[in-house]
Design a protein around this ligand. Structure first.
Ligand SMILES: [Mg+2]
Ligand SMILES: [Zn+2]
Length: 171
């Protein structure tokens, strides 16, 4: 069993441009690729867990979601980073599915599929629901703060303003 890095995508690895329907909107956040490359070199799986309710709301077509994610994977590949696996919830909040963050379901599924030690792992995200999904799965958590969502003090293990501030915590 090894630790993993669980990651939200929009607002955490790439700029949050709302309901992402166009691959041209995908832009890596400063320092994200370097950080992920370093973590990858430790042999930790990199697992993306993303809520994409825009699909369930009819605002993003499934093919658009796929194109955006493929562009995301391609940009990281160009930086030498391979995402191990990506899990999506495409439901609307009112559908009460079992996979939408703050549910830990996708983290738990990944842990089984890849032999991950959840207690030694980290979840990084920019919203309350990301942090809660990590806590619900038993991981450590880092809240990457941005102007879009107010940070709730005391919820995550650490709050960081950028990837440079995240890295010293990932041990
Ligand atoms: Mg986000
Ligand atoms: Zn779902």
């Amino acid at each position: 069993m090894k630790p993993a890095l669980f990651l939200d995508r929009d607002g955490t690895i790439i700029e949050d441009r709302g309901y992402m329907h166009d691959p041209a909107l995908v832009q890596l956040l400063p320092g994200a690729a370097e950080a992920l490359r370093e973590v990858q070199s430790r042999g930790w799986p990199l697992i993306v867990i993303s809520n994409q309710s825009g699909v369930g709301r009819g605002l993003i077509k499934p093919a658009e979601m796929e194109a955006v994610h493929n562009r995301f994977l391609e940009l990281l590949q160009e930086e030498g980073v391979s995402i191990t696996a990506s899990y999506f919830c495409v439901h609307r909040p009112d559908e009460n599915c079992h996979c939408r963050k703050p549910s830990p379901l996708h983290l738990q599924t990944a842990a089984e599929e890849y032999g991950i030690d959840l207690k030694g792992s980290w979840m990084i995200g920019d919203r309350r629901s990301d942090i809660l999904s990590g806590k619900n799965a038993g991981t450590k958590t880092i809240w990457l703060s941005n102007p879009l969502f107010p940070v709730e003090e005391g919820l995550a293990d650490f709050v960081a303003k950028n990837w440079q501030e995240i890295m010293p915590h990932l041990k």
